[in-house]
Design a protein around this ligand. Structure first.
Ligand code: NAP
Length: 279
């Protein structure tokens, strides 16, 4: 069994982004909007700020109280869309329920949608020609590439059907010629599917939902889930799968750090496109 080391790989990617950003005159800028007081979001945004600083990018943070009017947030996004110095815009999720998340997300220009969550970006994934693949699925694809895990002809089982993770990774695996099964909370007899997975991607948010009795010998296990209990972080997959799997992403240190690295990579892609810089 080999651990898929997202921490090491993300450090390499951040260094590549840094080298690119250092060679251009202007500093790439990422704008982050937050609404409300979500504790986990504060940690994620701080991590994004540190990662931007490390790579020679700037992060602008627009932090709104949950009493803010939706129109104020939308006006700000429209301003940022027009601002030529801003290369990427993200709305940190979740936001309080009273807001129309889709409407706010879809205000972001598809050219600056570095989280890949606007309808236009999501539709482009369907066509296999996305400019911005959402950061977590993109991070998983980078892990597959780095560790030379070929998906062609293999059975990939994805658990979780969110726009953020499950649906885009399902489409990207199909684009890589995998045969994909999508499971969710209404799936009956989950084990029937997980037992047949050559590659199992779990994005649920349920501590240790999957254990070794549910996987195939030699399977590749990608654990996206994060559950915090008493300050400790747990994945969706019980570490006992290491007895049977060929590859496993640890939690923490697997998919999580890759997500942040992909945000930087996407922002840099935005910067290059907006400044007509060829690869
Ligand atoms: P989400 O929007 O809450 O989606 C969860 C999905 O899991 C839903 O499709 C749900 O099914 C399904 N589900 C719930 N209980 C299930 C069960 N018992 N069996 C099978 N499927 C079940 O969550 P998300 O945004 O995709 O995130 C998923 C997890 O990944 C969370 O723990 C989140 O914190 C983590 N995450 C980690 C990273 C990272 O960088 N590591 C990034 C993003 C998310 P229904 O659709 O039927 O409700």
């Amino acid at each position: 069994m080999e651990r898929l080391d997202g921490k090491l790989l993300s450090a390499k990617i951040k260094d590549e982004v840094k080298a690119g950003a250092d060679s251009y005159k202007q500093t790439p800028i990422l704008a982050v909007l937050t609404i409300g007081d979500d504790e986990a979001s504060k940690v994620y945004v701080e991590n994004k700020r540190k990662a931007c600083e490390y790579c020679g990018m700037s992060m602008m943070h627009f932090d709104y109280a949950d009493c803010v009017k939706e129109s104020v947030v939308i006006k700000k996004i429209k301003e940022l869309n027009k601002d030529k110095s801003v290369n990427g815009i993200i709305l940190q999720l979740p936001i309080p329920k009273r807001f129309n998340t889709k409407k706010i997300l879809n205000t972001i220009s598809p050219d600056k949608d570095v989280d890949g969550l606007t309808d236009i970006s999501q539709g482009k994934i369907m066509g296999g020609n996305a400019t911005f693949i959402p950061c977590t699925p993109k991070g998983i694809l980078e892990i597959f590439d780095h560790y030379k895990i070929d998906l062609e002809g293999r059975h990939v089982v994805v658990i979780g059907r969110s726009d953020l993770v499950g649906k885009p990774i399902m489409l990207e695996c199909i684009n890589r010629n995998a045969t994909v099964t999508m499971c969710h909370s209404k799936t009956k007899d989950l084990k029937k599917y997980t037992k047949d997975a050559d590659v199992l991607i779990v994005a649920v948010g349920h501590k240790h939902l999957i254990d070794k009795s549910m996987i195939k010998e030699g399977a590749v296990i990608i654990d996206v889930g994060i559950t915090r209990i008493d300050g400790k972080i747990y994945g969706d997959v019980n570490p006992d799968v290491e007895e049977k799997a060929s590859y496993v992403t640890p939690v923490p240190g697997g998919v999580g750090p890759m997500t942040v690295a992909m945000l930087l990579k996407n922002t840099f892609i935005g910067y290059k496109k907006q400044n007509n810089i060829e690869d």
